[in-house]
Design a protein around this ligand. Structure first.
Ligand code: GUN
Length: 285
């Protein structure tokens, strides 16, 4: 049976270290600050935003929420971002996605100062990730990398198969694994022979958003399985993109859903905000 990769426990340890660093910064007069912008009433987004705020409070990070109506004009949203870009107390700006259809998401993300872009979504930060000197790395993929590091998986020379090619997870993860000298294959909905591709992987990372699509008997004996998927089935049950029970029979280690990658994402947001505040403190001298 596979070892369980306990994202909650890893995240708790990292958050402890972040709290200590926040205290040290506060002692020199710098309180890390995060601004979260929520447009509209999407229930899932509201849950995520409230989790982010609680996590900030628990680690001593100052957070401020800007709730805007679903009908807000693009110009007003851009004005708020410009104001936050110039606000000295704010080290990180996060605009919760998705945005309502009448707002140009790309334009909004580009308006955030790259030096406060703690989500790592600004094209400047995406480009810097490609060339290997990122300012901020996007939170879910960097959470996956931290988990692999934590359990001692060395990626050098390994075959990594990523299922999913989103801008938020699949693509940046591929770049991060490449930077660690893995051989990376990105699979997606049009991939032919997906089971065979997955079966060749030393590390499988699933981020497609389809409940239990990756079957247990596709997994090579001794592989590491990271499941980024969070899919609601029925009223209450959450499952990942991997058939967890069946995959556990072949994998050496596997993340559960929930309690795997999820807690790491917010932890990396706190980490990015802390890094940004440390840069501010260094400038202050
Ligand atoms: N919506 C879903 N995931 C994310 C994320 O990581 N950041 C933001 N800003 N919005 C999201």
């Amino acid at each position: 049976m596979a070892e369980l990769i306990d994202g909650k426990a890893i995240a708790a340890e990292l958050r402890g270290q972040i709290s200590t660093d926040v205290e040290e910064l506060m002692a020199i007069g710098v309180t890390p600050g995060l601004a979260v912008v929520l447009v509209g009433e999407d229930p899932a987004s509201r849950v995520y935003v409230s989790m982010k705020e609680k996590a900030c409070a628990a680690t001593g990070i100052y957070s401020v929420e800007h709730k805007l109506s679903a009908e807000v004009g693009e110009a007003e949203l851009l004005e708020l971002i410009a104001e936050l870009n110039g606000d000295e107390k704010i080290d990180g700006i996060l605009v919760q996605l998705p945005l309502p259809g009448h707002i140009d998401e790309a334009k909004v993300l580009e308006a955030i100062s790259p030096s406060k872009d703690v989500d790592g979504f600004h094209p400047c930060n995406v480009g810097r990730l490609v060339t290997g000197n990122p300012v901020f790395q996007p939170c879910t993929p960097s959470g996956v990398m931290k988990m692999l590091e934590y359990i001692g998986v060395e990626l050098k020379g390994k075959d990594v198969v990523i299922v999913g090619r989103s801008n938020i997870v699949g693509k940046p993860l591929a770049l991060m694994c490449l930077a660690e000298h893995a051989t990376v294959t990105i699979c997606h909905s049009r991939t032919v022979d997906l089971p065979q591709k997955v079966a060749a992987a030393d590390v499988v990372i699933a981020a497609v958003g389809r409940p239990e699509m990756i079957k247990g008997d596709w997994i090579k004996k001794g592989a590491i399985v990271i499941d980024v998927g969070v899919n609601r089935v029925g009223e209450k049950k959450l499952v990942g993109d991997v058939d967890f029970i069946a995959a556990s029979k072949n994998a050496a280690a596997i993340t559960p859903v929930p309690g795997g990658v999820g807690p790491m994402t917010i932890t990396m947001l706190l980490y990015n905000t802390l890094v940004s505040a440390k840069r501010r403190a260094a400038k202050k001298g």
